[in-house]
Design a protein around this ligand. Structure first.
Ligand code: F6R
Length: 255
């Protein structure tokens, strides 16, 4: 496959900011998002789940509780959801968002766009979410985490540059990586619905937060190697307004 940006050299947008600790990196991301919402209270935010953004969300909640910011007029789109899980299921990403962020600040429930993993027709659900995204005017700032295998959202290795919202099979690596986060389920659902790479690239701004040694190889492949569908996050190199926030452990292989 040919990509418009094949060089390994980075333009300024792809020069990561490296912090001593994961907490420092998360705090910087929180400050970035808070500045976004203060500048435009009607911002459309694309949000990720997982361990990495938990401190970011805590900082957003703290800022709300201190009266520093309101999320009343913000609209959100979550990146992905496990197939088969309703929002009421404790292991769903919808429940995660409620616990970590939405339920702790003044978000308008009508402005929180989530995928229904328990929809009777999941193909139709993916189409519904795609249409919602299309009609929303687009995501202003997309927050991403990074899979150790380079996935973004649940776009696993092999995902196409022009992929959109769809049902995907999760890789064995992702199933094992996510297993410890489960509280009720015995095993991670094998499929998910995710925004596609093209949907992510359509965001006007992207924030990637990657911390910890388990992400170091994926960070190197994303930022130093030729963009390839083998490492989906490397496809972010075609975006011109992206900010990589790393801790020193995740940046360890950048040299
Ligand atoms: C979550 C998501 C995933 C995670 C990634 C990293 O909504 O889309 O791409 O961002 O798997 O997960 P953590 O942060 O748990 O290491």
């Amino acid at each position: 496959m040919n990509f418009s940006l094949q060089k390994t050299a980075l333009n300024d947008a792809h020069r990561p900011t490296i912090f001593p600790t994961a907490d420092d990196a998360a705090d910087a991301v929180a400050d970035h998002l808070l500045a976004t919402v203060k500048r435009d209270p009607k911002s459309v935010l694309g949000l990720a789940t997982g361990q990495t953004p938990r401190r970011v969300y805590k900082r957003l909640v703290d800022a709300f509780l201190e009266g520093e910011v309101s999320f009343r007029d913000v609209e959100t789109f979550n990146l992905d959801e496990y197939c088969g899980l309703a929002a009421s299921h404790t292991d769903s990403f919808a429940a995660f968002m409620q616990r970590e962020l939405f339920g702790l600040a003044d978000f308008d429930p009508d402005s929180l766009n989530l995928i229904d993993g328990a929809a009777a027709d999941l193909t139709a659900e993916a189409a519904r979410y795609a249409a919602l995204l299309r009609d929303s005017g687009g995501i202003d700032v997309q927050l991403l985490g990074l899979g150790a295998n380079g996935h973004i959202g649940f776009n696993e290795p092999g995902s196409a540059h022009d992929s959109h919202v769809r049902i995907v099979d999760l890789s064995d690596e992702t199933l094992s990586a996510n297993q410890p986060s489960l509280t009720e389920l015995r095993s991670v659902p094998s499929q998910a619905i995710t925004l596609g790479i093209a949907d992510i690239l359509n965001a006007r701004e992207i924030i990637m937060l990657a911390t910890g040694p388990a992400k170091a190889a994926a960070v190197r492949r994303s930022l130093r190697e030729k963009p390839s569908t083998d490492c989906p996050a490397s496809l972010l190199r075609s975006h011109t307004n992206i900010h990589w926030y790393l801790d020193s452990a995740a940046a360890a292989e950048l040299g």
